[in-house]
Design a protein around this ligand. Structure first.
Ligand code: HEC
Length: 214
């Protein structure tokens, strides 16, 4: 079967890894927001457009890098180390950060915080209940001290055939890849995935549009 080159249309396998979630690193206060609420339509749109951009970039970069170098060398290059997002439109909400996270992370730098974890667990629960995963999740994190308010938009992503050379079953990884991953990521949990399996989420943080001048 030919796999469509977009995360949007990927089928997500209903197999869910039975791993224990990671301990949250920070405790953020957050609330769930109904993605269909008209009040967040613009934030959701900007967030989803950015996720599509990042997701497509991640897939394209993976194939391009693997076409040019060995998987072992590609480990140093992936993923998205020089990502720049399209410039935000004036007067529109804008992206303040991009994160990829999972219940099973390779790099501890991508570990979920408590709000991420809540999003991951709600996706996992839907799938365990036999439902398709939500296409989008939205949270609001209120301002705290000098940290401004944040809207988070999440979308589940899944594993494609180009991913399993580094995220597949450990007994199928090339010995050179396995050795390098063990050295660089001693706590790597992002292995033993099969194609179509749910991998995690792309999350973007969005700042609301600046208030219009009277
Ligand atoms: C050449 C090896 C390689 C391939 C192929 C690869 N990855 Fe990764 N992946 C990595 C490395 C190394 C990291 C940790 C560095 C980072 O944060 O990007 C990582 C991290 C990730 C993360 C961040 C969460 C975490 O576990 O730390 C996601 C999500 C991810 N990969 C998804 C994918 C997807 C989807 C594909 C296929 C389109 C893919 N990877 C293909 C090596 C690879």
């Amino acid at each position: 079967m030919k796999i469509p080159p977009t995360l949007l249309t990927l089928l997500l396998s209903v197999t869910v890894m039975g791993a224990e979630p990671l301990a949250p690193i920070t405790e953020l206060k957050f609330t769930w927001v109904d993605p269909d609420d008209a009040a967040v339509a613009e934030i959701r749109q900007v967030g989803e457009d950015a996720i599509t951009f990042v997701g497509n970039r991640l897939i394209r970069e993976t194939s391009q890098v693997l076409a040019k170098q060995t998987a072992e060398d590609a480990i140093d290059v992936l993923h998205l180390k020089n990502l720049t997002l399209p410039a935000p439109a004036t007067g529109k909400p804008h992206i303040t950060s991009v994160k990829r996270t999972s219940l099973l992370v390779r790099s501890v730098a991508n570990a979920p915080d408590n709000a991420d974890l809540a999003a991951l667990i709600s996706i996992q629960k839907e799938m365990m209940d036999g439902n398709s995963p939500p296409k989008v999740l939205v949270q609001h994190v209120p301002a705290a001290g000098s940290v401004p308010e944040e809207w988070r938009v999440y979308r589940p992503i899944s594993v494609m055939s180009s991913c399993v050379v580094c995220h597949g079953p450990t007994d199928t990884l090339l010995p050179s890849v396995k050795t390098k991953l063990e050295k660089l990521y001693p706590e790597d949990k992002a292995v033993n995935y099969s194609v179509y399996q749910w991998r995690g989420v792309i999350r973007v943080s969005v700042a609301a549009a600046p208030a219009k001048k009277p």
